[in-house]
Design a protein around this ligand. Structure first.
Ligand SMILES: CCCCCCCCCCCCCCCCCC(=O)N[C@@H](Cc1ccccc1)C(=O)O
Ligand SMILES: [Zn+2]
Ligand SMILES: [Zn+2]
Length: 478
């Protein structure tokens, strides 16, 4: 593009400034979204009434999005939503913004305010979905609505995909949307989904927050363990029961963590970026990982959150046995959920697990598994990554470090590998360890100010996707 073209684009840029009336409307819309209990209870168990209500609610909350001629809205799998925003320049490859409208259940007990009340207290909006992930659903649509009201016409086409069953698999939402786009021959420049944040307070001696864009996510295995023994009368028990054998097997798994894989992946890159932000001697240690790698990998595994970044984790999540107090149980069953580090595969993990169990009486059945997701590029040529980095640095100038990382949970984005190799997981929201525990836990909340900033971020990102030219070349490259 010539200089004149660039100048005219800058002139047509719409500033991300919102009136006080708009700001009030934004937060009220988020509260209304939280009040609709779009809970996924199980793989086939949804609150379909709430999901249908949510579909009607977004039409009312974002009327311009729904009536704009260059935007097509489709309901997919009944309750998921796909928006196609046709840009003015068909030569630019489209991108995809993602979020999910379902939430995990929230028992009333332990919450400071009821989880589906959307109440505001001390500058925070409380409720299930305020961080995971109605904040993103609403911020994306809100930013688009505000841009359209200001007559913005995007140059680059984009899609918005809002899944309704992310919390239980994405089978009826994301998977169907992805197949639909594939059937239309769509290839994406990149996509942005949930899965990482601006992290604050996770590294004790690090004062400044830092942003992690997750460029991969862990794989997963659900492994069913089963022990069958002859039933009998509890008055004359055998030496070992199915319960005892299985309990010992589960305990062996817990006591034998899978290997620490801290190595050359995105985590190493980011730790090196953080090195100069840390005081002596941590800066020296992180700047010399060739020497201190064993020490750093041991330090990372000491904390349960950082541990999840360096290895395949083992979590016993279900245990069932016994039919009556005086009957030796014929069968005991347990479910173990492994989250696989990007440097391992399903096959490798299963082989290690078999060795740890080392007991043929414990049968293994895999009920669901997938390998870790490929690592998306984060180099200077990676358009989607650099664009996100650019928008992060303009909206959060206080954040000095933006680096690649992995997502320790799973997201709907894993269903889109057929459409792009550039998958980025990032929520433009600050997250501290307490916020982290509130995701799927108690008292999930977002500050009104953080939500406004998230809308501002999406407002800028959509415009940046139309104008961003890549990183500024270093002087010697000119
Ligand atoms: C340098 C080290 C810094 C350490 C910082 C730690 C930061 C922690 C940030 C973590 C963000 C985690 C976000 C996770 C999003 C996961 C979404 C989710 O819960 N997904 C479910 C979905 C699912 C998938 C498959 C089947 C059923 C459900 C999940 O269980 O993963
Ligand atoms: Zn989520
Ligand atoms: Zn979740």
């Amino acid at each position: 593009m010539n200089l004149q073209g660039k100048e005219s684009q800058e002139a047509s840029r719409i500033p991300s400034q919102f009136s006080s009336q708009e700001r009030v409307a934004m937060k009220e819309a988020l509260k209304d979204a939280i009040k609709i209990p779009t809970v996924s209870f199980g793989p086939e168990e949804f609150n379909t009434t709430a999901l249908a209500e949510f579909g009607e609610f977004i039409q009312k909350a974002f009327p311009t999005v729904f009536k704009t001629s260059f935007i097509q809205h489709e309901a997919v799998g009944s309750y998921s939503h796909l928006f196609t925003v046709r840009g003015s320049d068909p030569s630019l490859q489209p991108y995809l913004l993602m979020a999910h409208i379902d939430v995990v259940p929230a028992p009333q007990e332990g919450w400071e305010v009821p989880p589906f009340s959307g109440l505001e207290r001390d500058g925070f909006i409380y409720g299930r979905g305020t961080l995971d992930n109605k904040n993103s659903v609403m911020a994306i649509l809100q930013a688009l609505e505000l841009l359209l009201v200001r007559n913005y016409v995007p140059r680059r086409s984009f899609y918005i995909a809002l899944g309704h069953d992310e919390e239980v698999s994405g089978k009826y939402g994301a998977q169907k949307i992805s197949a639909l786009l594939q059937s239309r021959g769509v290839q994406l420049a990149f996509l942005v989904d949930e899965g990482s944040f601006i992290l604050d307070g996770f590294i004790p001696s690090l004062k400044n927050p830092f942003a992690i864009i997750a460029v991969s996510e862990k794989g997963s295995i659900n492994l069913n363990l089963q022990v069958n023994m002859a039933p009998g009368h509890s008055s004359a028990p055998p030496e070992e029961t199915s319960i005892g054998i299985l309990a010992a097997a589960v305990s062996r798994l817990e006591q034998s963590p899978l290997p620490n894989m801290f190595g050359d992946g995105p985590l190493k890159t980011t730790l090196q970026l953080l090195a100069n932000e840390l005081p002596f001697p941590t800066n020296i240690v992180l700047n010399n990982l060739w020497l201190f790698r064993p020490l750093v990998s041991r330090l990372l595994e000491r904390n349960y959150i950082t541990n999840a970044f360096v290895r395949t984790t083992t979590a016993a999540t279900m245990f069932n046995a016994g039919i009556k107090a005086n009957v030796i149980p014929p069968m005991a069953q347990a479910t173990i959920n492994f989250r696989i580090h990007p440097a391992q595969t399903v096959q490798e993990v299963l082989e290690l697990v078999k060795k740890i169990l080392a007991d043929d009486r414990v049968q293994m059945h895999v009920t669901g598994a997938f390998d870790p997701l490929p690592i998306s590029p984060s180099d200077e040529q990676a358009f989607g990554y650099q664009l996100l980095r650019h928008t992060i640095q303009s909206i959060f100038p206080e954040v000095n470090i933006v680096g690649p990382g992995i997502c320790i949970g799973n997201t709907d984005s894993r269903h889109y590998t057929n459409l792009t190799s550039n998958i980025y997981r990032f929520n433009p929201v600050y997250l501290n360890p307490q916020d982290f525990s509130s995701i799927h836990g108690l008292n999930e909340k977002i500050s009104v100010q953080a939500y406004h900033t998230q809308v501002k971020f999406m407002f800028e990102l959509i415009q940046d996707a139309d104008t961003y030219q890549g990183p500024v070349p270093h002087l010697h490259e000119l």
